[in-house]
Design a protein around this ligand. Structure first.
Ligand code: SF4
Ligand code: SF4
Length: 439
C-alpha cells in the first residue's frame, strides 16, 4: 500500500526526457572555478596560493568551524587566481580558479573495507572527504552521523523520492549503483549506531522498486517504502510522516522524532569516500528541459562552468527562456553561464516559454489555493505580504522560519505571485532578528 501526506501538488513529471539515460562522464574542463562555500555554515579556509600545484583529490581549503566542510581539487593542475563569485544558489563566495594540466596524478585517501571499518573511522572519513547532503541544504554529512547522545534514533531513512519534476539523478543511482546505495546506507547505519534503515521511493519508479526489492530480499534490517507520487514527497517532514507516521513539530528536527534522513546521492558519496578513498570532487546531475538539445545524466567535476555542461549536451535551443540550477520547484534561476557546479547541484534545466510561462503578476484573488496546498498548513499569503513589506516580526510569529521553501504555493497561485521568493527573502532578512530573539 502506498502512503503520503496532506496537501501538495502534481506538476508534470517530465522525467521521460532523461530517465533512460545512463550517467556519462563529462570530459574534464581546461579550467575550473571552485567556490569555497559549497555547504551550510562558514566558508572553508584556503590553504593554497596563486601558482601552487594541486593534485586531484588534494584538500585545498579546510573547514572553518563545526558546520563547515573541506574543499578538494577535482583536477590536477595549478592555482591561477582567487576571485569572488555568486554561486548557483545566489550567495557570494570566494572561489579558486584552477588551470588543469595533462598530468594524470591524484591524491586520494586509503580505501577502507566497508564491512570491518569502525564506526568512528566512517565518521572521520566522511568529514575528511567533505561530504555534504545532496538533498538541497548542503549540510555537512558527518554532523548528521553523530546524533546527540540524548536522542534515541530508531530509523535512518534514505530519501530516494526525487519528487522534483525533470530530475532523474537519484533514479539512475538506484538503477546503476544499487550496491553502492545499499552499502552506503549500511555505513550510515553503523556510523550513527542505528539498527533499521528504510528507503523511501515514489511509485513512479517501478524499475528501481523492482531492483531494490530483489537486492533487499536478504537484508533483514533494511526495508523499502513505496510512496505516492506527489510534490513535495521528498521534503524531510513529509517523508518522515509518510514512512513512520511521526510528525516533526515546528522548530524541531528529525532527530527529535527518532529519525535521520539522508539523500540517496549522499549514500553513494559515502560509499565512494570509504571504499574508493575519493573525496566529494564530482557532482552527479540531470541536464534536462525542452530547451536543451540533448538531455543527459552526467558526472561532472565540481567547479565545472555551466557553459561546458550545456555545450556537451549540444547547446541551447532557440526557444529556450530560462536556466535553472536544481529542480523547477525549488531551484534557482541562473544569469551567467560561467557559474560553476557545486557539490550539491542536482540538475541544470533549460526551460522554454512553454515550460516556464511566467504568468504576469496580478493582485491576490483571495482564492485560498496556496493555503489548501501548503503541506505545513502555513498561510503563504500572509507570510509573503509580511515579508514583502519588511514586517519580519509578524512573519516570524506566523511560522516564517518553518516554511521549507518547497514552492508549492507559488506553483498553485493563479495570480502569478512569487510567494516563495518573497518568503525566502523574508527568511534571509529576518535571521538577525531571530538571533536577537533567541539570545
Ligand atoms: S513554500 Fe512554504 S508556504 Fe509555500 S507551500 Fe511550501 S512550505 Fe508552504
Ligand atoms: S493562491 Fe495566490 S491569489 Fe490565491 S490566495 Fe494565495 S496568493 Fe492569493
Amino acid at each position: 500500500m502506498t502512503t503520503t501526506f496532506k496537501g501538495g501538488v502534481h506538476p508534470a513529471e517530465m522525467k521521460e526526457l532523461t530517465s533512460e539515460k545512463p550517467f556519462e562522464f563529462l570530459p574534464l574542463p581546461e579550467q575550473i572555478c571552485l567556490p569555497l562555500s559549497q555547504h551550510a555554515g562558514k566558508q572553508a579556509l584556503l590553504l593554497k596560493k596563486k601558482g601552487d600545484a594541486v593534485r586531484k583529490g588534494e584538500m585545498i581549503a579546510e573547514p572553518d568551524g563545526f558546520i563547515s566542510a573541506p574543499i578538494h581539487s577535482p583536477v590536477t593542475g595549478k592555482i591561477n587566481k582567487t576571485t569572488s563569485i555568486i554561486t548557483l544558489t545566489g550567495i557570494r563566495s570566494e572561489a579558486v580558479i584552477i588551470n588543469r594540466s595533462d598530468i594524470d596524478e591524484d591524491d586520494l585517501m586509503e580505501p577502507l573495507n566497508p564491512v570491518t571499518v569502525a564506526r568512528e573511522k566512517i565518521i572521520e572519513r566522511v568529514k575528511q572527504a567533505g561530504i555534504v547532503g545532496q538533498g538541497g541544504a548542503a549540510f555537512p554529512t558527518y554532523v548528521k552521523l553523530s546524533p546527540p547522545p540524548d536522542k534515541k534514533i530508531d530509523y535512518v531513512i534514505l530519501n530516494a523520492c526525487e519528487c522534483e519534476p525533470y530530475l532523474t539523478r537519484d533514479y539512475r543511482f538506484l538503477i546503476e549503483k544499487t550496491e553502492e546505495v545499499i552499502t552506503g546506507l549500511k555505513l550510515i547505519l553503523k556510523a550513527a549506531g542505528v539498527l533499521y534503515g528504510i528507503i523511501g521511493v515514489e511509485d513512479n519508479k517501478p524499475e528501481a522498486i523492482k531492483k531494490l526489492e530483489n537486492v533487499l530480499r536478504n537484508e533483514e534490517n533494511i526495508s523499502l517504502k513505496v510512496l505516492k507520487t506527489k510534490y513535495p514527497q521528498g521534503a524531510e517532514k513529509m517523508l518522515i510522516k509518510a514512512v513512520t507516521g511521526r510528525e516533526v513539530p515546528p522548530g524541531k528536527l528529525p532527530f527529535d522524532v527518532g529519525c535521520i534522513i539522508h539523500n540517496v546521492g549522499t549514500a553513494v558519496s559515502i560509499y565512494n569516500a570509504v571504499v574508493k578513498g575519493e573525496p566529494q570532487i564530482n557532482a552527479f546531475l540531470t541536464v534536462s528541459g525542452l530547451g536543451i538539445v540533448e538531455p543527459k545524466n552526467l558526472i561532472v567535476p565540481v567547479g565545472t562552468p555551466l557553459k561546458n555542461i550545456i555545450d556537451y549536451c549540444g547547446g541551447i535551443k532557440e526557444n529556450a527562456k530560462k536556466i535553472v540550477a536544481g529542480g523547477p520547484m525549488m531551484g534557482f534561476a541562473q544569469f551567467d553561464l560561467n557559474s560553476p557546479v557545486t557539490k550539491a547541484t542536482s540538475g541544470i534545466l533549460v526551460l522554454t516559454g512553454k515550460e516556464a510561462p511566467g504568468i504576469k503578476e496580478s493582485n491576490c484573488l483571495n482564492c485560498g489555493r496556496c493555503l489548501s496546498v501548503c503541506p505545513l498548513d502555513l498561510a503563504p499569503t500572509r507570510l509573503y505580504k509580511f515579508s514583502r513589506f519588511d514586517k519580519f516580526e509578524e512573519a516570524i510569529d506566523i511560522g516564517l522560519q518553518t516554511c521549507m521553501e518547497c514552492g508549492t504555493c507559488t506553483y498553485n497561485c493563479p495570480a502569478g505571485i512569487p510567494l516563495v521568493q518573497w518568503i525566502r527573502y523574508g527568511k534571509r532578512k529576518s535571521s538577525a532578528l531571530l538571533k536577537q530573539k533567541t539570545n
